[in-house]
Design a protein around this ligand. Sequence first.
Ligand code: TYC
Length: 123
Amino acid sequence: MGEESRRAGLTARINGRGDGADQGGDAATERRTRTKAKTKRPPMYKVILLNDDYTPMEFVVDLLKTVFHKPHAEATRIMLYVHQNGMGVAGVYPYEIAETKVRAVEEMAREAEYPLKCVMEKE
Ligand code: TYC
């Protein structure tokens, strides 16, 4: 085997062709597609609770425990943070999970007739 074709097979292997076959690209068009194992994380979204003057503190703590699976002490800390700062992060999730959390908050608030608002924001 000549040096040229041996090197083409090696390049194809580096670029992900398990059979080592060259795909015909020259030096100018070839790209390194992947050197590491693919471990890409999904984009994450913050679910943010907004403060208001009417939703009871106990309701917000209960919601943080129910929807966001926060322990009582952390739920209380987040609620107080939102109360004092106007808004705060309840949790960070991939898009569809964040969306489901926002809907669950809206649903619980609507059911109880509280004006509690919740939004999501890309991290
Ligand atoms: N500010 C509300 C009160 O004093 C409590 C509250 C906290 C409301 C957090 C909403 O996201 C909220 N009862």
